[in-house]
Design a protein around this ligand. Structure first.
Ligand code: NAD
Ligand code: UDP
Length: 325
């Protein structure tokens, strides 16, 4: 197949491109490098791999056939989307529209990378796909959360109206090699601080929880979802939909507090840094986040395989090497 990956020079996108090449496909990565880097794909020297520097919030023209579009383009770290709120809203809305337009034109399938952030600061834990969320439209995270919620609605509209073959994956906190050292997400932030011997900056009281999934597991879930052809199901209003078009959570249900996570990082790095408590730079920091992965287990036969300590050691090694450079 010839497969397009928007956001292909980003953290998850670059691992997905690698997996698609390993599966024997031809890959076109489209990325404007706003938060990604060509360093992430420099090793993909393969005649079946092509990189196009383009902002997908503007029309996408591509010659030749396309069989599938993975739409991953979007800033994803709170620090990034606070810096680029308008670009984040544009790529989730206009960018998703353009990616859907490309898929429709080429009669290709499309998978949209959504997020656990559509659940906002959830009042149910763990979060099943049926939970409708608790998002503030006007809060600092709103530019990301609402763009992704709009994106999901648009994908469903294309599925309903144009019968496009679509998938929506709700990705929970994913970590691994190639995360940007300064992207502000808690994993590279704590590891970088521990490696440099600086204090680890815990926001709030550190009682908020997250559930961390290793990138290879996330990519495997995404790939399985793209390949899943389910049954017809009756959706809201009695309309018949494809089961595979309805959202699927992909994440690791192992939940820990941020304070506990900081202590584990100190231990894994072997660092004598201290914890320091700071106010959270965003409002509405979700207090709990843990995926209910029953649907992924049942429909995709998927669950995370890489243990926390192993995934973190691989990530620490990668960040250590890059810090040394
Ligand atoms: P990332 O920032 O490393 O990658 C995103 C990529 O998209 C970057 O390479 C960036 O340059 C590119 N991009 C952004 N706007 C673009 C535009 N207008 N045109 C073209 N390219 C553009 O982030 P990531 O962690 O790899 O996230 C990838 C996707 O997965 C995002 O859609 C994100 O919302 C979703 N996601 C990730 C996580 C996670 O924990 N990593 C969790 C939930 C959802
Ligand atoms: N966090 C923290 N210190 C940091 C960075 C993040 O305590 O230096 C916390 C943040 O407040 C949140 C959690 O870690 O509760 C995860 O943050 P991240 O930015 O990785 O992503 P989020 O899950 O909030 O989108």
């Amino acid at each position: 197949m010839r497969i397009v990956v928007t956001g292909g020079a980003g953290f998850v996108g670059s691992h997905l491109c690698e997996r698609l090449l390993a599966e024997g496909h031809t890959v076109v990565a489209i990325d404007n490098l706003i938060t990604g880097s060509v360093d992430n794909i420099a090793h993909l020297r393969d005649p079946r791999f092509e990189f196009i520097h383009h902002d997908v919030s503007k029309s996408i023209y591509l010659a030749g056939p396309v069989d599938f579009v993975f739409h991953l383009a979007s800033p994803a770290s709170p620090v990034d989307y606070l810096e680029y709120p308008i670009q984040t809203l544009k790529v989730g809305s206009l960018g998703t529209h353009n990616a859907l337009g490309l898929a429709k034109e080429k009669r290709a399938g499309l998978l949209f990378a959504s997020t656990s952030e559509v659940y906002g600061d959830p009042d149910v834990n763990p979060q099943p796909e049926s939970y409708h969320g608790n998002v503030s439209t006007t809060g600092l995270r709103g530019c990301y959360d609402e763009a992704k919620r709009f994106g999901e609605a648009l994908v469903m509209a294309y599925h309903r109206q144009h019968r496009l073959s679509t998938r929506i994956v709700r990705i929970f906190n994913t970590y691994g090699p190639r995360m940007r050292l300064n992207d502000g997400r808690v994993v590279p932030q704590f590891i970088g601080q521990a490696l440099r011997g600086e204090d680890l900056t815990v926001y709030g009281d550190g009682h908020q929880t997250r559930s961390f999934c290793y990138v290879d597991d996330t990519v495997d879930g995404i790939w399985r979802l793209a390949n899943w052809v389910g049954d017809a199901v009756v959706g809201p209003g009695g309309q018949v939909l494809r089961d595979e078009a309805m959202p699927v959570n992909i994440g690791n249900p192992e939940e820990r507090t941020i304070r506990q996570f900081a202590e584990e990082i100190l231990h894994l790095v072997g660092s004598r840094s201290q914890l320091t408590f700071r106010p959270c730079p965003t409002d509405n920091d979700p207090m709990q986040r843990r995926p209910d992965i029953s649907r992924a287990r049942e429909k995709l036969g998927w669950e995370p395989r890489v243990p926390f300590a192993e995934g973190m050691q691989r990530t620490i090694e990668d960040l250590r090497n890059r810090l040394a450079l």
